[in-house]
Write a protein that binds this ligand. Structure first.
Ligand code: HEM
Length: 344
């Protein structure tokens, strides 16, 4: 069950488990139903998962230093409620809303040029390395006003959210967060926010944006096996998500949508089960709902639509190659390689 969200044939399994079921292995109530997930997102009876506490416990138990991970998670708005949540959310909103129109136009132009450069007849494109990662870096370099490409070497920092990964990987993620914090601190006079917020935004946006773009793009191409890129119909919204689930904890004994949840019980909202790729639904839950609604949603959708327009300008045919999900990954659906070959 730890990696059900990565199984290619998970659709039937989700169907069988709907609307919710208790997972004994995870000791978590898993919710697969769109309306129930939406109701829990909006409910004041459920609080967020305080991610940093998990690291505090591990640090205490092992004597290892997880300061960089703890600092990052303490700056993530969806690991806080109340006044601290509002403070962090507003700090990040300030970054993404500055020059928003200019950034949307700039991203459109960047994607246009990039797609023209890499989608060339006779070549194979790795959608993650050549498309999604450059898009991520361009966006964050615009938002944070420093060229991230100069100093981001590792790209595993989003995995800080993974509650189940190995200790070894956890230490590597911590090291790359510490390096990232240090790089932003050295540029503190140029960035429009604190180094901690800059790091937290990178951790929030990286795997979510790149994973969702690549998986959605791949899935749409899969639906058009014989078409030219110019004839592929891209829906206006993403069809697959790199963020397969989000967790909440009940504040009190509560009954919601026929599901009884005991106080302090954890529930896993399996957004992936509502994705168009898996269920055929158009659920619009990929970015959450309510007070923790994703602040990257408008830009992510704008990027997706720019990508669709750029690709639709090309009269090329394509063949899907290999897609490889990152292994040992219990929090994201992250294709570390996705190859597409282009032909005339
Ligand atoms: C462009 C990069 C992105 C940034 C900077 C970003 C940032 C954020 C922030 C700051 C929040 C927390 C809001 C709050 O707690 O008030 C959030 C929530 C969320 N984001 Fe994003 N996000 C990005 C992309 C994405 C993508 C591509 C997805 C998935 C398709 C996604 C899925 C979510 C979800 C599900 C939540 C809700 C979490 C919860 O309710 O616990 N994000 N995002």
């Amino acid at each position: 069950m730890l990696t059900l969200h990565q199984q290619p044939d998970r659709s039937g399994r989700y169907q069988a488990l709907r609307p919710f079921s208790f997972d004994e292995h995870l000791n978590v109530l898993c919710v697969y139903d769109t309306d129930l997930i939406s109701a829990i997102f909006r409910s004041a009876d459920f609080r967020i998962n305080p991610f940093a506490d998990h690291y505090r416990t591990i640090a205490e138990r092992t004597g290892l230093d997880f300061k960089a991970s703890i600092d990052t998670l303490d700056n993530i708005p969806f690991s806080k409620e109340g006044a601290e949540h509002r403070r962090l959310r507003s700090a990040m909103t300030k970054v993404v809303s500055d020059s928003a129109r200019e950034n949307i136009a700039g991203m459109e132009a960047f994607i246009d040029d990039l797609v023209r450069d890499i989608f060339v007849a006779g070549e194979e494109v790795d959608l993650m390395r050549q498309l999604a990662r450059p898009v991520f870096h361009e966006l964050f370099s615009r938002w944070l006003k420093v060229d991230q490409r100069e100093f981001v070497k590792e790209s595993n920092f989003s995995q800080v959210f993974d509650g189940a990964m190995s200790l070894n990987r956890r230490r590597k993620v911590n090291d790359s967060l510490a390096d990232l914090r240090c790089a932003f601190a050295q540029r503190a006079d140029r960035i429009p926010t604190t180094p901690e917020i800059a790091v937290a935004m990178n951790a929030l946006g990286n795997d979510a944006l790149t994973g969702s773009l690549v998986l959605s793009f791949w899935h749409v191409l899969e639906q058009h096996p014989e078409a030219k890129l110019s004839a592929v119909q891209f829906p206006p919204n993403l069809v697959a998500t790199g963020v397969p689930f989000i967790e909440r904890i009940a504040n009190r004994d509560v009954e919601i949508g026929g599901m009884k949840v005991a106080r302090d019980q954890k529930v896993r909202l399996v957004i992936d089960a509502t994705s168009r790729q898996v269920s055929g639904e158009e659920a619009d839950l990929f970015f959450g709902r309510g007070r923790h609604l994703c602040i990257g949603k408008p830009m992510t959708l704008s990027i997706w639509r720019s990508l669709a327009r750029a690709v639709n300008r090309l009269p090329l045919r394509f063949t899907l190659g290999e897609i490889r999900l990152r292994s040992g990954d219990y929090a994201f659906n992250y294709p570390e390689f996705a190859g597409v070959r282009l032909h005339d």
